[in-house]
Ligand binder design. Structure first.
Ligand code: HEM
Length: 143
């Protein structure tokens, strides 16, 4: 069973997203200690894991649904869930790139404060995307 799961690409994206989840909460805790530069770096690592998961696995599996006739069917609850998950995941990626890009790994973090609301939105959407991802994985693999 475990060997079967390791043979499907989705397992790798799940592992990457679960790693991102742990890093995200670490980044959240770091922010509480007011070490914002460290928080920025930690969130950048979570973002890199998220980007790798999307670009190496999810884009291909998502495209696969459009490659077969009737695969991309919005009447199918599983596809609908995958579509919502993918859309939120891409929004998180764009917002994350904006947040990290606007900071630019500089020593100064004062400018980041005004983007707090975007950070909360990104963090919340990320949680939703991961939760949906785990649900989809359980649905597809039947575990
Ligand atoms: C994907 C990227 C990021 C996410 C998801 C994120 C998420 C968060 C979250 C959830 C908070 C807590 C907000 C609250 O108090 O309720 C926070 C606070 C904060 N973050 Fe980020 N963050 C990200 C990137 C960054 C970057 C790049 C910087 C710049 C160094 C930064 C600087 C800060 C600062 C200064 C606060 C404290 C804001 C305040 O207390 O007013 N964050 N972030």
């Amino acid at each position: 069973m475990a060997a079967d799961l390791l043979s499907i690409p989705s397992t790798y994206s799940l592992i990457l997203e679960l790693a991102a989840l742990v890093i995200l909460w670490t980044g959240f805790a770091i922010q509480r200690r007011r070490t914002y530069r460290r928080h920025g770096f930690t969130m950048s690592i979570a973002l890199a894991a998220h980007a790798v998961a999307i670009l190496t696995v999810m884009v291909n599996t998502f495209r696969g649904y459009f490659a077969v006739p009737g695969g991309a069917n919005f009447g199918d609850s599983l596809f609908l869930l995958i579509f919502i998950h993918a859309t939120i995941g891409v929004v998180v990626l764009i917002l994350g790139i904006y947040l990290v890009g606007a900071w630019g790994f500089r020593k100064e973090t004062k400018g980041c404060f005004k983007r707090k609301r975007i950070m909360i939105a990104t963090f919340t959407l990320w949680m939703v995307a991961i939760l949906l991802g785990v649900t989809i994985y359980a649905w597809i693999t039947g575990i």
